[in-house]
Every structure is written in C-alpha cells, then in structure tokens.
Design a protein. Structure first.
Length: 319
C-alpha cells in the first residue's frame, strides 16, 4: 500500500504534534496493520512528562504508544496464518529467539528485545504499522480491536499473578488502581484469589475497582492503608505494585512475597515487611527473599500464545 499516514510525535518534554510519513511496506514475514486503538501506558506518560525512564532517554521527534489493536490490510509473501481483514492484537516486543532466556520461554528477559516506544525505537501512535506476523494475534469474532489494545496490560497483570502463584483461598493487596493495578486485580480474581483489596488515593479509581470485582478498597488519602488492611482481619499472602517500596508498607505477609510491577526501579534498596517491621534490603538480593519483580529487565509483556485464554477469563468490555 502506497501513500502517507498521520503520526503523532513527541517533539520535546510536554510537547506533542503531528507529522506525515510514508505508509510502511511489510516484509515477506510481516503484515501491515491499520491501527484503530492504541492505549496510553504509564510509560508513555512518563516519557512525555520527563523525557526518560532510567537509561532510556527520548530524542525528539519520537513516537509513543505500544498497546495497539487493528485490522490487517496487507500481508507479506510468507505469511499464511493471517489474511486481509483479520483483526489483531500486536505484541510490542520482538526478541532475538536465540538467547538462553528466549529458549527457556522467559523472553521478557531477552537482552536484545526491540520494543515499541522504548528509545530509540518508535512506538505506534500512527495510522499504520508493519509488524512481524508471528507477533500479531488474531482476535476472536466477539472481541473488538479496542479490547485487543488492552491485552498487553492484561498480560502484565496475569504475569504478575502467575509469578506470585496466585490461587484460591489467598488474600492479596494491589497498590494502585491505574490500568495495570486494575488488570492485576482482575487477573488475581480470575485465578481464584479469594479476597483482593485495592489501595489508591483517587476515589474514582477505587470506585472502578469495586465495579470490576475488588472485594474491598482503601483510600490511602483518607485512611492509614496499612492499618486498614490489618483491620480487615485476613492474613495477606501477596502484595502487588511499586508503591509498596515507596511507602515501606508494613503489612504482615503470610508467605513474605511481594510482586513488583515497576516502570523502573531507581533505588538500590527497598523496605521489606515480614512481621510488621520494615527492614532495608538490597534490591539485587530481593528476589531470593520472596520479592519478585514482574517485569525484570526489558518491559516486555507476556501474552504470546496466551491472549485467547486471558480474554475468556476476563471481560475487558467493563474497562
């Protein structure tokens, strides 16, 4: 397909604009996708507001966005499992496929991942993208491309729940009711976790958490979050979220397990609470003490071959 497309570009910190670029031509193993929805991730906002995440620094003009859903409009010569008109969700990270981590199925740890909207790689706030067909997943007939764009954050939530070994009879606390927090809560509930509490300081987000199935919510602006969880009278098995480290949460954790879903950990020390007392612990040793970082290394999601299973278990239409 020849022609021009509109592209939303970041021209500097807090500065966005539009430009036009050539519609990309797919390679033999790629498909051209007309994008219909692209989610705005917290990482997009962080790049937009600060210009960097850790050592990833934006050099304008830069294209944000890595949570796309759209329709195939052209296929490469070697592509056989997709056709024009198929609606797809796109996995945003392309890995090497050959390193130790890729061979073990832990491709989110691949050191050579190429990931949408991670400098210097442009994202997909644009009308079309050519992407490897193996990383484009056909959506069921009853799933919209809007829901398809939500699969990436949903996969992050499921990966976090799986990292924690979530199952029936447990109690979990999710710190933060943004998109990833809500997805984590929904994933935990779908895995059978009996009681999931959500903590935030914005009541509108907490109301949404209740609508989506949270067993209880705590407004940290009005309540002592630690005390409120303790007063719930249930032993906490898992705590999910980066704010745990920032507030030194002192909740008795039955299995001493914390699941971290960070943008970027910019500290070498964290506070871990086992029996109500916070103690500093070197981050490098944290995973050996029951602290797991859900997105260690490159922030690659984990939805390869799992997206249909996620969609069956969670109703994204409510989001």
């Amino acid at each position: 397909m020849e022609g021009k497309m509109k592209v939303a570009v970041m021209n500097g910190i807090g500065k966005m604009g539009y430009t036009t670029r050539d519609i990309p031509t797919p390679k033999d193993d790629e498909v051209l996708v007309k994008l219909e929805y692209v989610g705005i991730c917290g990482s997009d906002m962080h790049y937009y507001e600060t210009g960097a995440i850790g050592h990833y620094v934006v050099e304008p003009p830069f294209v944000l966005g890595h949570e796309p859903g759209g329709t195939v409009v052209e296929v490469g010569k070697k592509v056989t499992h997709l056709k024009v008109g198929d609606r797809v969700a796109l996995e945003p990270g392309k890995t090497c496929g050959h390193c130790k981590f890729c061979r073990e199925g832990k491709y989110n740890l691949c050191p050579d991942v190429v990931f949408f909207a991670t400098p210097p790689v442009d994202g997909v706030f644009q009308e079309y993208v050519a992407h490897e067909a193996a990383l484009c997943f056909k959506l069921p007939d009853n799933v919209s491309t809007l829901e398809g764009a939500l699969i990436e954050p949903l996969a992050v939530g499921f990966h976090a729940a799986n990292q924690g070994g979530a199952h029936a009879g447990q109690t979990a606390v999710v710190m933060g009711a943004g998109c990833i927090g809500l997805m984590s809560m929904m994933a935990l509930k779908s895995e059978g976790v009996s009681h999931v509490y959500v903590v935030d300081i914005m009541q509108a987000r907490l109301d949404k958490a209740l609508e989506l199935g949270a067993d209880g919510v705590i407004n940290g602006k009005d309540q002592n979050a630690v005390q409120a969880v303790l007063e719930a009278g249930r032993r906490v098995c898992y705590i999910f979220g980066k704010p745990l480290f920032q507030c030194g949460l002192s909740v008795r954790c039955e299995q001493g397990r914390f699941i971290v879903i960070p943008l970027c950990l910019q500290t070498s020390c964290i506070s871990i609470a086992y029996d109500g007392s916070a103690v500093p612990y070197p981050l490098g040793e944290a995973r050996y003490a029951g602290v797991q970082e859900s997105e260690t290394g490159n922030p690659c999601c984990y939805f390869r071959r799992r997206h249909v299973c996620y969609l069956i278990r969670v109703n994204l239409k409510q989001m």
